[in-house]
Design a binder for this molecule. Structure first.
Ligand code: ADP
Ligand code: ZN
Length: 513
């Protein structure tokens, strides 16, 4: 049986091995069990019913809400020599008649149907042998899911009408309650569950402020002597410069980016896989398709432009399941640069929104893993205990006075200063930018002289994160006071901010053991 499955996998789909959970699921389906399957997008859910459909006598009925994708899916199956068809409201009577005939003749291995059209097909299915029922995007059945489709709630009869056919419900997103709801509504309350998660619990997540990054990296690397890792940078120039400096410090390191010759890049990749080069300092051009199990750390020297990218890149660490570490440096300058890239991109609005989520992740004061997974609609029931926030729960303090000083100073400049200048004004700096700005006369000039420059920066970022100020990206990144910010100044709204750990505390934190 096992060899037969592998042969079919190879012959019809061109793959040599199963992905995580696929084989177990397929075995259960072939054994006639009803199942609830949750797998991330791209995890290979379709295979879990497509392959059994080729091994069972009769037709596999696939309920799929995505009419637009049905034709592509069916065409791909046909190209692999599989007798597949789809049935939906976009087809004319002649096409539908033809399908009825094929069903009656037992000529189809798979038929894809939209939930809204299934009732038209029932009589004809009764005359065929239904060997398997797959409900794709099964979260649509639950009003608790995020994509409720009323037609999906009509599907409970399937199990009673075709009791001999195993029923498999598949989705990329369903928490425990939604899974129970889906099973109940499909009348498969007893069904077994397979849930493969986006979570990579062995990867420690850490974000640090991006000052003195090189020094911080060198300190970090002391904990990873002779271990493999990747350092991602935004520009080729940064890759070269960091690789050069680390090499000068004696590390086994190479730069990797699209500006290097292909054969040279290939050789670096090979040496990295063979452990001959330990550290690769790379642009995102590096890593795609690299299967190396013992990558112990991934450092983001610069912030990625969205969470998908971040997740994909950190996912190159710890594939062997052994403790690994993802360190992200968060710098305000990076955000501004990425914002500029996003502005100039084709779908600026989407890019900007994604960047915003990335920034929120970097600035989070709550469990990072929960935040990361929530992006993929996966919700942990507890804090992870393996991210910097969990390991160093920040203390909060009443920062109302600090916030008032910053907001008031900002208003007094007519909201015409950027973050750096605002901090200089608060600290009463006397540099050229301050003098040229002409704002050294404002009443709050120097009112925050008792707080360090770095602390002010962190406080103001937190204030932005809390929605008290915002950055006007189209006005030279000037800061603006929001309505909530005004409440702090004029309506007695209180502000609490996380205490900034002292640099010496960060050094002693020993987050990497
Ligand atoms: P999902 O429905 O979970 O989002 P798909 O079923 O569309 O994922 O599969 C995602 C991709 O993975 C497809 O291109 C599919 O051909 C491929 N795939 C599925 N199973 C395997 C496998 N065992 N080996 C390699 N690739 C696979
Ligand atoms: Zn956590």
């Amino acid at each position: 049986m096992s060899t037969q499955k592998l042969e079919i996998l190879k012959k019809h789909f061109g793959y040599d091995s199963f992905r995580l959970l696929q084989e177990e699921i397929i075995d259960d389906v072939l054994a006639g069990k009803d199942l609830m399957v949750v797998m991330p997008t791209g995890g290979g859910k379709s295979m879990c019913f497509q392959l059994p459909s080729l091994m069972l006598d009769g037709v596999t009925l696939v309920i799929s809400p995505l009419i637009a994708l049905m034709k592509d899916q069916v065409d791909a199956l046909k190209a692999n020599g599989i007798a597949a068809a789809f049935f939906n409201s976009t087809q004319d009577a002649a096409q539908q008649e033809d399908l009825y005939r094929q069903l009656a003749a037992g000529a189809l291995q798979l038929i894809y149907v939209a939930p809204e059209s299934i009732s038209l097909l029932n009589n004809h299915l009764q005359q065929a042998t239904v060997s398997l029922i797959a409900i794709d995007e099964a979260h649509c059945i639950s009003t608790w899911g995020h994509d409720f489709r009323p037609a999906y709630t009509q599907l409970a009869y399937l199990k009673t009408s075709y009791p001999q056919a195993p029923l498999i419900a598949l989705t990329a997103t369903a928490d425990r309650a939604t899974r129970a709801d889906i099973k109940k509504q499909l009348a498969i309350a007893h069904a077994g569950e397979y849930v493969s998660s986006f979570d990579r619990p062995n990867i420690r997540l850490e974000v640090r402020p991006g000052n003195n990054r090189l020094t911080q990296i060198q300190r970090f690397l002391k904990n990873y002597q002779d271990q493999s890792g990747i350092i991602y940078c935004l520009s080729r120039k940064t890759c070269e410069s960091i690789a050069g400096k680390l090499s000068a410090s004696g590390y086994s390191v190479a730069a990797y980016h699209a500006g290097l010759e292909a054969s040279f890049r290939e050789s670096i990749q090979e040496q990295f896989i063979e452990d001959e080069i330990k550290i690769v300092v790379a642009t995102i051009a590096f890593g795609m398709g690299i299967d190396k199990s013992n990558v112990r750390f991934v450092i983001h020297y610069n912030m990625p432009k969205n969470i998908e990218g971040y997740y994909q890149e950190i996912g190159r660490a710890g594939r062997d399941g052994i403790d690994s570490h993802a360190l992200l440096f968060h710098s305000y300058a990076d955000v501004i640069q990425l914002r500029r890239f996003a502005d100039g991109s084709g779908n600026a609005q989407v890019q900007i929104a994604k960047l915003e989520r990335m920034k929120q992740f970097a600035e989070a004061l709550t469990c990072r893993r929960r935040m990361l997974l929530s992006y993929f609609n996966e919700y942990l029931e507890e804090d992870c205990g393996n991210c910097d926030v969990c390991l160093n729960k920040p203390d909060f303090f009443d920062a109302t006075t600090n916030a008032q000083k910053a907001l008031s100073a900002l208003l007094r400049t007519g909201e015409r200063v950027s973050l750096n200048l605002l901090i200089d004004l608060l600290r009463g700096a006397q540099n050229a930018t301050v003098m040229e700005s002409g704002f050294q006369g404002i009443k709050t000039y120097g009112a925050g002289g008792d707080t360090s420059w770095n602390d002010w920066q962190q406080y103001i970022i937190q204030m932005i994160n809390q929605g008290l100020m915002e950055i006007a990206f189209h006005e030279q990144n000037h800061l603006k006071v929001t309505a909530q910010g005004k409440e702090v100044l004029f309506d007695g709204r209180e502000v609490s901010l996380a205490v900034i750990p002292k640099a010496s505390d960060i050094a002693n934190k020993k987050i990497a053991q």
